[in-house]
Design a protein around this ligand. Structure first.
Ligand code: URA
Length: 429
C-alpha cells in the first residue's frame, strides 16, 4: 500500500477521484488527532463540496466519524429505542411534545440535541428556558431515565466523545463556506445519530426558505443519502420532507415555543404543530415496532404526564412560570388582502436579532425573546390588524428585527386564501 498523505488525498478529490476506504479512515483519524490541520481539512471539504462523494465514500466517511469517538449502546433496554432528527427550521418545537408522546406509546427516546445554529432555534436552548432544567446528563442517568416506564424520553447534550471528528469538522465547515454539501451534511447528522445508539430513526427533512435545503429536489437527495446511511448501519431509518417556507406554529423563540408545546400536550395548540407531531409520532411508533395510537396517548393526557416526568428528571419544574421578555412591539398589516408570504428565514433572522439566538458561539440567549404570530400565511388580513408581536429584553433590537420582517411579509389584495401542505414526501430504504 502506498503511504497516505493529506496533500495527495486533497488533490485526488480535487481532480474528481474517489477516495479509498484507507484514505478516508486515515484522514479522519489524523484530523481527529490533530496531525491533519484545519487548513488541509478545509481544502478537502471544499473539494468534496465541488466533486461530491459516492454512496460508498459517504458510508465510509460516516463510519470513520463514528469511530473517532464512543458509540452508545441501548440494546439491553426493555423498550425499543427510536429517535427523530429535524434538519432545522423556524418555530420547529416538535421534539418537545413528540419525545414524551412517543415515550407514552411505549418506546424509549434517547435524543441528543443541539443548540441554535444560524437562524434556526435549538431544542436545548428552548428546554433551558424551563427553570432548573439541565442539558448535561451522565450516560448512566440517561439510561435510568430511558428505562423508567413513567418517563422513557431524554433530551440532552451530546458528550464531547460522541463523533468528535464531526464536532471539529462542523465548526470548520461553518467558517469556510463548506456547510452546503449533501454528503457532508448527511454524514454529519447520521454519524451523531448512529453513535447515539438508537435502533430506529425518523428524519424530518425541512424544505423551503427557512431550511438548509431550499428545493424539494435537494431535500429529497439529502433524505435519500441519510436513509441509505441508516440502512447501511443497521438503523431503521425513514425520512419525511416537510414544509419550512413559513414558521411552524404560532411562536418562534425559546420560552414562547415551550409554552406552545405545552398547549399541544394539553390537547390544544396550532393545527400544523399538532399534525406534524402526530405524523412523526406515528412514523416513530411504527419504526419501533409498536402497536399504539399516538392520538389516543395525546388525548388522554399520558403524553403530558410523560412530559412532566421528563422535565422533572432533568431538574426542571414543569409548573414554574416561564420567563417573559420585558418589552413587546407589534407589527401590523399595511393593507387589506391575503398574507401571501410570512417568510420563515425573515422570521428566523428577526427572532435571532431579538436575542433568542446567538450572534457568536457560546453567547447566552434571552429565554423570553422571540415572535408571536397572529396571522399565518394564507390568511385574509385587514389594514392595521396585528400580524406579529416581537418580544425582547433589549428594545434597541426592535428596529433591526422589524427590518428583517419587512422583507419577509407580503399582503396581496388580489390573491385568494390558500391552504398549506405540510408533508411533501416520504423516503424509505
Ligand atoms: N446539522 C448537522 O448536524 N450537520 C450539518 O452538517 C448540518 C446540519
Amino acid at each position: 500500500m502506498t503511504a497516505l498523505d493529506a496533500v495527495s488525498i486533497i488533490t485526488g478529490k480535487r481532480d474528481g477521484e474517489q477516495l479509498s476506504d484507507a484514505q478516508i479512515d486515515w484522514v479522519i483519524d489524523a484530523f481527529t488527532r490533530g496531525s491533519v490541520g484545519d487548513e488541509q481539512m478545509a481544502a478537502l471539504a471544499m473539494a468534496i463540496l465541488w466533486r461530491g462523494m459516492t454512496r460508498r465514500e459517504t458510508a465510509r466517511w460516516t463510519a470513520a466519524m463514528i469511530a473517532s469517538g464512543r458509540r452508545m449502546d441501548f440494546t439491553d433496554l426493555a423498550r425499543p429505542t427510536v429517535d427523530k432528527h429535524s434538519t432545522g427550521g423556524v418555530g420547529d418545537k416538535i421534539t418537545l411534545p413528540l419525545a414524551p408522546l412517543v415515550a407514552a406509546c411505549g418506546a424509549a427516546v434517547p435524543q441528543l440535541s443541539g443548540r441554535g445554529l444560524g437562524h434556526t432555534g435549538g431544542t436545548l436552548d428552548k428546554l433551558e428556558s424551563i427553570p432548573g432544567w439541565r442539558a448535561d446528563l451522565a450516560t448512566a442517568r440517561m439510561r435510568e431515565i430511558l428505562s423508567d416506564p413513567a418517563i422513557g424520553a431524554v433530551v440532552c447534550a451530546a458528550g464531547a466523545d460522541l463523533a468528535p471528528a464531526d464536532k471539529r469538522l462542523y465548526a470548520l465547515r461553518d467558517v469556510t463556506g463548506t456547510v452546503e454539501s449533501i454528503p457532508l451534511i448527511a454524514s454529519s447528522i447520521m454519524s451523531k445519530k448512529i453513535a447515539e445508539g438508537t435502533a430506529a430513526l425518523v428524519l424530518d427533512v425541512k424544505v423551503g426558505s427557512g431550511a438548509f435545503m431550499k428545493s424539494e429536489a435537494s431535500a429529497r437527495e439529502l433524505a435519500t443519502a441519510m436513509v441509505e446511511l441508516g440502512a447501511d448501519s443497521g438503523v431503521r431509518t425513514v425520512a419525511l420532507l416537510t414544509a419550512m417556507d413559513t414558521p411552524l406554529g404560532r411562536t418562534a423563540g425559546n420560552a414562547l415555543e415551550v409554552a406552545e408545546s405545552v398547549e399541544v400536550l394539553a390537547g390544544g395548540g396550532p393545527a400544523d404543530v399538532v399534525e406534524l407531531t402526530l405524523t412523526l409520532a406515528r412514523e416513530m411508533v411504527t419504526a419501533a415496532g409498536l402497536d399504539a395510537d399516538p392520538a389516543v396517548a395525546l388525548a388522554d393526557g399520558r403524553a403530558m404526564d410523560h412530559w412532566r416526568a421528563m422535565v422533572r428528571a432533568q431538574g426542571g419544574d414543569p409548573a414554574a412560570p416561564l420567563p417573559r421578555a420585558r418589552h413587546t412591539e407589534t407589527v401590523r398589516a399595511e393593507r387589506d388582502g391575503v398574507l401571501t408570504r410570512l417568510d420563515a428565514m425573515a422570521v428566523g433572522i428577526a427572532v435571532r436579532r431579538l436575542g433568542a439566538g446567538r450572534m457568536r458561539q457560546g453567547e447566552p440567549v434571552q429565554f423570553g425573546a422571540g415572535v408571536e404570530i397572529h396571522a399565518v400565511q394564507g390568511d385574509f388580513v385587514s389594514a392595521g390588524q396585528e400580524l406579529l408581536t416581537m418580544h425582547t429584553d433589549t428594545p434597541e433590537a426592535f428596529a433591526s428585527a422589524s427590518a428583517a420582517l419587512a422583507d419577509g411579509i407580503d399582503v396581496d389584495a388580489a390573491a385568494n386564501q390558500t391552504e398549506r401542505t405540510l408533508v411533501l414526501g416520504r423516503v424509505q430504504a
